[in-house]
Design a binder for this molecule. Structure first.
Ligand code: A3P
Length: 370
């Protein structure tokens, strides 16, 4: 490993300002926008392999697994350099691009780009891409803490506001929803293996096997066990080659939040379970957002919503069927001891529908954030 390269990347990143621009309407760090033409015209080679994801979806984990598979379980080789050197993050820095361009094949590369912004040469070369998707709630919490510690990203502000910012997609690399759905659709047209972070937690061995098959690597059971061991959360957390501890505080300040915080299904789960337990001791009415959503959704995102709920929201163990806003509003009325006539109930249902609130917001007649 060339220490000068690390120094060069560190210096380049330390000089970044957390300003935002956009590429074709997708919010993106200004330093990426500045280099966009070069990034977009990146030349893929035969034999390249890519790990792609929305930020904070377990990219580093997958990239370690893929590197291990390509190195056929050789631990020494896997420790040859920090993860951002051995697997260049294409759009992040000029130095990463240079590194990728000068690296011998076969190359393993990382991108966070939404599918429609992927450099076209990857499609021309029919490059194999492993996409990792993580549920939006953990992704959001992880991204929030990462934005706090990564000094090259904008300050996320208080979590209450960040929640809306994340949902509206006004973060670097854009909307989580557009990202995962875009890649989900693309997987049928290209050589894309779509993997869920939650499945990796549930059964890493099974998911590593899928990646091995996709990369056409038939490795022995011993090698598989080695990969499992070296890519476990505990091993990676203490491995300086993957936990980003080689980067100074001026780039990622891990005293604010460590890169590897904890194995999660996550913080949101602790949060909802905490309130779930507390509801039996206090006057708390526990309502599921999912229960309140109209079955037809009545919004242009209907198709997306149903796919997302099917794909992601079923993974956590709290699953509720039968969305019925009227039933849920009735629960709230009872809880607040308000016995209102059916006519009023219908009015509330109508005026609090997604469509109605969204229209009001667009017309600027009220300030409601969805
Ligand atoms: P948390 O912030 O929830 O801890 P990315 O690499 O895309 O930036 O994703 C980082 C997230 O993946 C972090 O989530 C990190 O802890 C998690 N992660 C990294 N390696 C992991 C592993 N071996 N097992 C489980 N989660 C891992």
């Amino acid at each position: 490993m060339d220490p000068e390269i690390i120094e060069k990347i560190v210096q380049e990143m330390a000089a970044f300002t957390p300003d935002m621009g956009n590429i074709e309407g997708v919010p993106m760090l200004q330093n990426i926008c500045n280099e966009w033409d070069t990034i977009h015209s990146f030349q893929a080679r035969d034999g390249d392999v890519v790990v792609a994801s929305y930020p904070k979806s377990g990219t580093t984990w997958m990239q370690e697994i893929m590197d291990f598979i390509l190195q056929e379980g050789d631990v020494e080789k896997s420790l040859r350099a920090p993860c951002f050197i051995k697997v260049p993050f294409l759009e992040m820095a000029k130095t990463s691009l240079e590194l990728a361009n000068t690296m011998p094949s076969p190359r393993l590369l990382k991108i966070h780009l939404p599918v429609h912004l992927v450099p076209p040469s990857f499609w021309e070369k029919n490059t194999k891409i492993v996409y990792v998707a993580r549920n939006p709630k953990d992704c959001m919490v992880s991204y929030y803490y990462f934005q706090k510690s990564d000094q090259t990203l904008p300050d996320p502000g208080p979590f209450e506001n960040y929640f809306n910012v994340f949902l509206s997609g006004n973060v670097s690399w854009g909307s989580w929803f557009d990202h995962v759905i875009g890649w989900w659709k693309a997987k049928d047209r290209h050589q894309i293996l779509y993997i869920f972070y939650e499945d990796m937690i549930e059964d890493p061995q099974r998911e590593i096997r899928k990646v091995m098959t996709f990369l056409e690597k038939d490795l022995s059971e011993d090698v598989l066990q080695k990969i499992l061991q070296h890519t476990s959360f505990e091993s990676m957390k203490k491995n300086p080659m993957v936990n980003f501890s080689v980067l100074p505080n001026s780039v990622i300040d891990q005293s604010i939040s460590p890169f590897m915080r904890k194995v999660s299904w996550g913080s949101w789960f602790d949060h909802v379970i905490g309130w779930w337990k507390a509801k039996d001791r206090h006057q708390i009415l526990y309502i599921f957002d999912e229960d309140m959503i109209e079955v037809s959704y009545g919004c242009p995102n209907g198709v997306f919503m149903s796919s997302v709920f099917l794909i992601f929201f079923f993974k956590p163990s709290i699953v509720h069927f039968g969305q019925d806003p009227q039933r849920e509003i009735q629960k709230v009325m009872t809880f607040l001891e308000k016995d209102l006539p059916d006519e009023v109930l219908q009015k509330i249902v109508q005026h609090t529908s997604f469509k109605m609130i969204k229209n009001m917001q667009t017309k600027g007649s009220c300030r409601v954030s969805l």
